[in-house]
Design a protein around this ligand. Structure first.
Ligand code: GRF
Length: 201
């Protein structure tokens, strides 16, 4: 399966996908054919370049309107003919043309157990709520942020002395494995979505 991965930051989730794809023994069954970003100069893009994967950048401020940006992003992703598009720490909300082009094959990873703590501060919000267990979720993206059918989740315990940084670090260790596992299963085994439920044979 062909993956296009979208990033905005350090790209450690992207790296996990690149590593799995580069390791023939992993049985991953997918390759990263391109990496897109909404900003330049980030480690995520450097990781792609080191792996020899083509990159593209579309900065919102370079476009007259958000729909124009969204169409440019959609076209760049589509040019790589992805089977799955993975938002791995991509911090922009995509628009109607993107969702129309990739609905049902656009995947997001989120650092909380959805539907709890959606949004840009899932780790901070879980800590502030005082939950004892949080985690990460890989799900199909829908127009509403951090909604959409859940593909896989893993739990992470919250420690009394956690701050946002320590907790996010432990979540990300689990999240990388979860993402590789989930994307690999979708790519190898196929899937069907019925209502809110995702079935992988
Ligand atoms: C991940 O925890 C992702 O779920 C969140 O931001 C983090 C991205 O990390 N939205 P990285 O760029 O993959 O290292």
């Amino acid at each position: 399966a062909r993956l296009v991965v979208l990033v905005s930051g350090s790209g450690s989730n992207l790296q996990a996908l690149l590593d799995a794809a580069a390791d023939p023994a992993s049985g991953f069954g997918a390759e990263v054919v391109a990496v897109g970003a909404d900003r330049g100069g980030i480690e995520g893009l450097r990781r792609a370049e080191r792996a020899g994967v083509p990159t593209f950048v579309h900065r919102l401020r370079d476009y007259p309107s958000r729909p124009d940006w969204d169409r440019a992003l959609t076209d760049s992703v589509a040019a790589h003919r992805p089977d799955l598009v993975v938002s791995a720490g991509f911090m922009k909300i995509v628009g109607a043309s993107f969702m129309a082009a990739f609905a049902g094959r656009f995947i997001n990873t989120h650092p909380a157990l959805l539907p709890s703590f959606p949004g840009a501060h899932g780790v901070r919000d879980a800590l502030a709520h005082g939950v004892k267990v949080t985690g990460c979720t890989v799900h199909f993206a829908e127009a509403e942020v951090d909604s959409g059918p859940i593909i896989a989740q893993r739990a992470v315990e919250v420690r009394d002395d956690d701050d946002e940084d320590t907790l996010h670090r432990r979540i990300k260790e689990v999240e990388r494995g979860l993402l590789v596992d989930a994307v690999g299963r979708l790519a190898r085994d196929g899937y069907r979505v019925e209502g809110r439920k995702v079935y992988i044979p």
